[in-house]
Design a protein around this ligand. Structure first.
Ligand code: ADP
Length: 515
């Protein structure tokens, strides 16, 4: 709570003519934060000397010091929002003990919880003489509290257990658009949209009956309703006050529309970036598929040629007046089987090419790797390379986007093939890629190892940068895209820098559940 004027001086002036009076602001430990003493000669030093000192240790006689301090600290536990009487003596300039009666009022500063207490003390010996002055002092302290409330940036609203508004500060007026007069005594539901509006009375009843705290003492984000009907997000913290069995609840409210707007803008930007990432990944897939077009055509040609051949044969059998129905049925089965195979290839390609959004599903990565290897048969680059698998079993399922992880695998396999193709030593050796899966404490690791030329150490930090390529026809986007795909999956992609021969890329994926 930001308070511009919470000086206690005005109250003190009011009383200076008639009474020995002390006005104090103490923190939780009893340290003096503000003090006014009247008459100024009440102590035999200027009262400001007490600033920063412990009030109880300095001014309260030893025999009551402990009790006075305990009683003071209890006020914090009670969170009392009203005046309390607590007489104890203090030592004044005459070195005699003067019994003072103390009235207190909680002080808030930037926090919903109390962090200090205003105290006003009157010399009991004189008090009977001046009941009128006490009344004035009390009025002033109350007025002071109002200043604190009115200058708070937060809306502060106090309600009774029936949900009726008891106090409504200036910020609340600005925030909700009602004047205090309009809401005093009305139900607090007025300031809430549905469904809280209908349920709030029940909330309080439930709490008073069961003591089950749903929102008391907890900062919460809820929605508020202004007089003009607009709804806005707000942060609400509620504290409870109980004085002699009389309950009330005080809500401190911050309007967080601006913060929410900023968060929403950030979210939209994130979403935009995500979309760009998907688009680039998609372009990369189109690129790979374009390069694989010859292989794809070939792969499709096989079943289509078979279909045509069997169809012709069936036709011939029909024309020869069905001597052998077994042959015809076999040919028709073949047509069916080959047509299904062609359909499957087309469906798989279509899903790889058209998929833009992430779709997570439980997947066995070993099976996904086998399917990807099958796909590489369409790729002339990879065709003559042996791909060996070393699988961890039984492999737990992981949540992943199959198309994207397939894209990563395909990229790593094609890079390995590229590297081995142009490498003289590997030409003579057997070109081989090993794909290994390992599971270690809730992390799944996939390694793609080739026996190509390896990556020069100077380049190892660069290969993941977009547009870094050493190939004439390279885009340099492959590894950058793969890494972002893995990051989005909560895993990582890297190259093993300790690998002596060839190259070892690996990626990890978190295992969320073991089956
Ligand atoms: P591109 O394949 O278009 O060049 P990438 O981002 O997939 O783009 O790869 C970047 C670079 O990383 C490649 O140009 C190559 O120099 C290097 N690289 C990737 N994989 C390997 C590998 N298995 N062996 C050697 N170098 C590799």
């Amino acid at each position: 709570m930001h308070v511009e004027n919470n000086s206690i001086a005005p109250c003190a002036n009011e009383l200076s003519h008639s009474l020995n009076t002390i006005l104090l602001l103490l923190d939780r430990e009893g340290i003096v934060k503000q003090i006014e003493a009247h008459p100024p000669s009440l102590f035999n030093f200027p009262s400001t000397h007490l600033l920063g000192k412990n009030w109880f240790k300095t001014c309260v006689p030893d025999h009551t010091c402990q009790n006075a301090l305990l009683a003071f600290q209890k006020l914090f536990d009670n969170k009392t929002h009203q005046l309390k009487h607590q007489p104890y003596p203090i030592i004044t300039s005459t070195h005699k003990e003067h019994r003072f009666i103390w009235y207190s009022l909680p002080h808030f500063d930037n926090k919903p919880s109390m962090n200090g207490i205003f105290l006003v003390g009157f010399d009991i010996a004189q008090l009977t003489l001046s009941k009128h002055s006490v009344d004035i002092a009390l009025q002033r302290v109350t007025a002071n509290a109002q200043v604190v409330l009115d200058n708070a940036v937060e809306a502060i609203i106090r309600i009774c257990p029936q949900g009726k508004v008891l106090t409504f500060n200036k910020s609340a007026e600005t925030m909700f658009g009602y004047t205090t007069k309009e809401v005093l005594g009305k139900s607090i539901n007025l300031l809430m949209p549905t469904p809280d509006r209908e349920q709030h009375d029940q909330y309080i009843k439930h709490y008073l009956k069961t003591g089950d705290k749903k929102i008391i003492g907890i900062d919460r984000e809820v929605l508020g309703l202004r007089k003009d009907g607009t709804i806005f997000p707000m942060e609400l913290s509620v504290s409870e006050t109980k004085i002699e069995n009389e309950h009330s609840f005080t809500g401190i409210i911050r309007d967080i529309s601006e913060r929410k707007d900023a968060e929403e803008k950030l979210r939209l930007r994130d979403q935009e970036l995500q979309e760009i990432r998907h688009r680039i990944a998609h372009m990369d897939r189109l690129n790979v598929m374009g390069e694989m077009a010859t292989g794809i055509a070939h792969e499709l040609n096989q079943p289509l040629t078979a279909i045509a051949t069997y169809a012709q044969a069936s036709n011939r059998l029909l024309n020869n007046t069905l001597k052998n129905t077994n042959d015809l049925s076999h040919a028709l089965m073949q047509i069916n089987e080959q047509a299904q195979r062609a359909g499957k290839i087309i469906r798989r390609l279509r899903s790889i090419i058209t998929r833009q959004q992430q779709v997570y599903q439980r997947t066995n990565i070993n099976i996904l790797i086998l399917e990807t290897i099958e796909l590489t048969h369409m790729d002339s680059k990879i065709k003559d390379i042996t791909i060996e698998t070393q699988f961890f079993t039984p492999m737990p399922d992981v949540e992943l986007d199959t198309i994207q992880i397939q894209q990563v695998l395909l990229n790593l396999i094609r890079n390995a093939a590229d590297a081995m193709k142009h490498h003289h030593e590997t030409q003579t050796k057997n070109k081989k890629i090993i794909i290994r899966t390992v599971v270690e404490s809730h992390v799944l690791r996939v390694e793609v190892i080739d026996n190509g030329p390896g990556i020069p150490s100077a380049e190892k930090s660069e290969i993941f940068n977009p547009f870094f390529t050493t190939k004439n026809d390279g885009m340099g986007m492959g590894l950058a895209i793969c890494r972002s795909i893995l990051t989005a999956h909560g895993g990582e992609l890297d190259v093993n820098i300790n690998n002596k021969e060839g190259t070892e890329f690996y990626f990890t994926l978190p295992i969320h559940f073991i089956n």
